[in-house]
Design a protein around this ligand. Structure first.
Ligand code: ATP
Length: 212
């Protein structure tokens, strides 16, 4: 967390990458300033929320002028650690894991990258997918260097908790969990959960029950 800035509420923090993407595009197209109304229209967040969020960023929008794009860009880069490389390891090179290894271009400026992958299938060990080497899980303590701070989990759900216990022991700090397993971790470990099945079911429910 950036020491000069007041702590940003979590709901606001979740919108940071969304704002950042849009500000990057504006900057690339040469725009110098942007109004909360323009931002609101582009990122589909109401302008009152935008104004409140941006007050945490130290960005003071002036009436009839808007926000300074250059300032916002530099704030987002700093706050989202875009000037440093965050190294990621992927666990489970199945269908989903393989897709991620081929993609591996999550941020425009490559500030987060999957450096290595682990599996237990002997047919996959020693190969590369999308230029990323695949190691055996048994070698994780040796291969996973301390600069790799994030694990992406694409293993079967039944294997997720035991794997996570191991990763926590080794010193991983953040987990992006694509398995349906609900994980138990110590407080200092951050887990973000992306469950495609739940999202799809929820979308279907909302389409049926809130059609307007
Ligand atoms: P997906 O679920 O991504 O579609 P899949 O159906 O091909 O993948 P799964 O059974 O879900 O296969 O397993 C995903 C991958 O995780 C496989 O390559 C499997 O060998 C690997 N795997 C299974 N257990 C572990 C483990 N404990 N650690 C690392 N990898 C594992």
């Amino acid at each position: 967390m950036n020491m000069e800035q007041p702590k940003i509420p979590q709901a606001t923090a979740k919108r940071l990458p969304l704002y950042y993407r849009f500000i990057q595009n504006l900057h690339a197209s040469g725009k110098k300033r942007v109004s909360s109304a323009e931002l609101s229209e582009a990122v589909k967040v109401d302008s009152a929320t935008i104004r409140r969020d941006f007050s945490y960023f130290g960005a003071l929008g002036k009436k009839g002028y808007g926000y300074n794009v250059e300032y916002l860009l530099s704030f987002f880069r700093r706050t989202l650690s875009q000037d440093e490389l965050t190294k990621v390891a992927l666990f489970g090179v199945g269908n989903l894991g393989t897709a991620f290894l081929h993609y591996n271009n999550f941020t425009k400026n490559n500030s987060a990258k999957i450096m290595m992958a682990f599996d237990i299938d002997p047919n996959k060990i020693g190969k590369e997918v999308g230029g990323v080497p695949i190691y055996h899980l048994d070698d994780v303590a040796q291969k996973l260097t301390s600069d790799v701070t994030i694990a992406i989990l694409t293993v079967p759900a039944t294997r997720a908790q035991e794997l996570v216990d191991k990763l926590v022991d080794i010193g991983i700090q953040g987990i992006l969990n694509f398995t349906p397993a609900r994980l138990t971790v110590p407080e200092h470990i951050r887990v973000h959960h992306i469950d495609l099945a739940i999202e799809l079911q929820s979308l279907i429910y909302f389409m049926k029950n809130y059609p307007e």
